[in-house]
Design a protein around this ligand. Sequence first.
Ligand code: SF4
Length: 452
Amino acid sequence: MPKPVGPAGSRAVRADFGVSNWVEERVRDDLLGVWGDATVTGKPVHSDLDSRKKTLPVVAALNADTPAGATLVSLYHGDDPLDLGHAAELIERCGARVWGQARPTSCSTRPATTCARSTRASGRPASSTPWPASPPAATTERSTMPGPVVVLASPRSFCAGVERAVEIVERLLAQRGGPIHVRKQIVHNTHVVADLEARGAVFVDELAEVADGATVVFSAHGVSPAVRAEAERRGMEVVDATCPLVTKVHTEARRFAGRGDTVVLIGHADHEEVEGTLGEAPERTVLVQTLDDVATVEVDDPTRVSYLTQTTLAVDETAEIVAALRGRFPALKGPASADICYATTNRQDAVRAVADEADVVLVVGSENSSNSVRLVELVRRRGKPAHLIDDVTDIRPEWLVGKETVGLTAGASAPTHLLDDVIAALDAREVRVRETTRETVQFTLPLDVRPR
Ligand code: SF4
């Protein structure tokens, strides 16, 4: 049975947050009061409110006497008045009532991206409902636990290829209005895709979903020659957002296959980039995904073998695979410069430095983001816990219990504002940046979308 918390007479109840007993003990004073038909998920922030469910985040409690029949509550998150104000707006948009003793701030004081996301998710414009008066008997208990130190990896977040791809779609939308069709996700991030969709982009899996003669954008991950040929045959206008560093790998695939080599492509079979690269010379390319695959890979002539890699692999694991390939095929040739791109390499170097200092590492990125997943794996290989989060709403309180130092980074397709949300939600008492290198790479835009 849940135990009551808060002052005598409070209607606050202890809910099941899905955490173990010792975690509950640790956060006992931080639990949130829940009334009426509300349920609690244990998520630390605003996702459920964003989706208009009557649930509340659990970070710190406001234990207040409430009128009978009250549906919802209010909450604190640390000492951040912006968070409180934003949460109040979200609660109001859910049609619930809010009480609180802290003065709310307007949602407009938060980063614009956060507010836009909330408004889109709720389907309603920001509420202008005034902050209701606190009920007379309200009493407040707040956590006095300080937030963790956050160690922020640098470089992190968007790379030049992602910046370019997103800008291409944005410019097309600005020039021509929607809908603009994009084959596959322009980059592997749910927030980027949702944001562009809301502005008129239409993401499709295959060209079959696009009318003949229409404009279509190819994503940053590239396409096979067969896809280009179909677009041409059907009279489509193609705007190519393929990252130039992916194009480099395609060019190498054609060159290596053209000189008669078997091309060993190191990568993940289900990734769009690999599908595209394989399509350059399918009859001469074989895929190797793991170290174990090296023992069984078959080639026409062991003296004529080249290798290429996906751009977003783990640098250390890939080096092992290449070494094993060279063990089997001593004449193995590779690209003149590494195919694993600068952004992938730099983010891995940076998170390695962060992992050494942190008790736990959070990686912001989507599940289908290869380079984000590699960052999580890298930290775990160093013996530290790491979690991939699409945004702040994925953080589970139990991950952070007893963690003094939280490492934070983002994959190359995750926007920066998502990290701002995480830092705010963690209520970090200090943010330290660990910069391992500074990036200056920029790619030019295709002619179709350059300013005239
Ligand atoms: S991660 Fe690398 S290859 Fe992929 S878009 Fe960014 S720079 Fe290009």
